[in-house]
Design a protein around this ligand. Structure first.
Ligand code: ADP
Ligand code: MG
Length: 257
């Protein structure tokens, strides 16, 4: 675990089950704790309930069993699709949540400018989403989530649609932002190296119904230089996560849907 964690519990799932109407059991008995400042990666096969897990943490859906506690109401959510308003420039998109909460104009613009700066987009305030690259649109989406300086950040495969080089750059920038801001993260990804590079701990889920089948501590501190990816210990850790993922997919109980 990184040196920058605080010991308080930021997010806790206790025996969490989620069944959907129609009988699909998405999550079954999930126990998970994210410590303050900790970055937890979540990997698992498609359809195993990863997005459901995040939606429950965000309070966008209720569990059918068990308990979820989140220590703060400042929760940021970033999806794979940046969901920007096409007729608004970058700054106006970033300012939108502050506008919805009726913050005074000067304050919301100041917050939005600061967030755009954090993601390296100063100078692009007026540029429309269609004129931005995919990576830049994702930066705008990150900035929009940063406007309220979240304590807890939920990421649902945010970099999954980006080209490899852009993806690596954004991983490095996100890692630095987490180092600087100290928020706690639950980060869902299909990419094992992405999870290993970013996270203090990686949680591996089984095929549906999603259960946690392994938790792997990532033995690297912070900050994380990009070259860490070429370290043999990095490859060994990624191999360990991949093996747990394959095991979890193979040993999943029969689908009850
Ligand atoms: P993942 O993100 O791991 O791919 P999801 O959390 O999106 O998985 O979905 C888990 C399972 O729950 C899937 O089988 C999906 O079809 C089902 N599911 C998700 N949301 C709903 C919903 N609102 N109603 C019914 N079934 C759902
Ligand atoms: Mg998903």
């Amino acid at each position: 675990m990184g040196a920058a964690t605080t010991g308080h519990t930021a997010v806790r799932f206790t025996g969490v089950t989620k069944a959907f109407a129609g009988g699909v059991l998405a999550l079954d008995g999930v126990d998970l704790r994210v410590v303050g400042g900790e970055f937890v990666g979540v990997v698992g096969p498609s359809g195993c309930g990863k997005s459901t897990l995040l939606r429950l943490a965000a309070g966008l859906a209720a569990p059918t069993g068990g308990r979820i506690t989140v220590s703060s109401d400042r929760v940021g959510f970033v999806f794979q699709d940046p969901t920007l308003l096409p007729w608004r420039g970058a700054l106006a998109n970033v300012a939108l949540p502050a506008e919805l909460r009726r913050l005074p104009k000067a304050e919301r613009l100041a917050r939005a400018r600061r967030a755009l700066e954090t993601v390296g987009l100063t100078g692009f305030e007026k540029v429309l989403p269609a004129q931005l690259s995919g990576g830049m649109r994702m930066r705008v989406s990150l900035a929009r989530a940063l406007v309220f300086e979240p304590d807890v950040f939920l990421f649902d495969e945010p970099f999954g649609a980006l080209d490899e080089i852009t993806r690596l750059r954004l991983q490095e920038e996100l890692r630095r932002m987490a180092d600087d801001a100290g928020f706690s993260s639950l980060f869902v990804t299909h990419s094992v190296p992405e999870a290993v590079y970013l996270a203090d701990r990686v949680v591996v889920m089984s095929a549906r119904p999603g259960r946690i089948v392994a938790e792997i501590d990532i033995p690297f501190g912070r900050p994380r230089p990009p070259e860490l990816r070429f370290d043999p210990r990095f490859g060994a850790t990624a191999a360990e996560v991949s093996a747990a993922l394959v095991d979890g997919a193979a040993t999943a109980p029969a689908d009850r849907a």
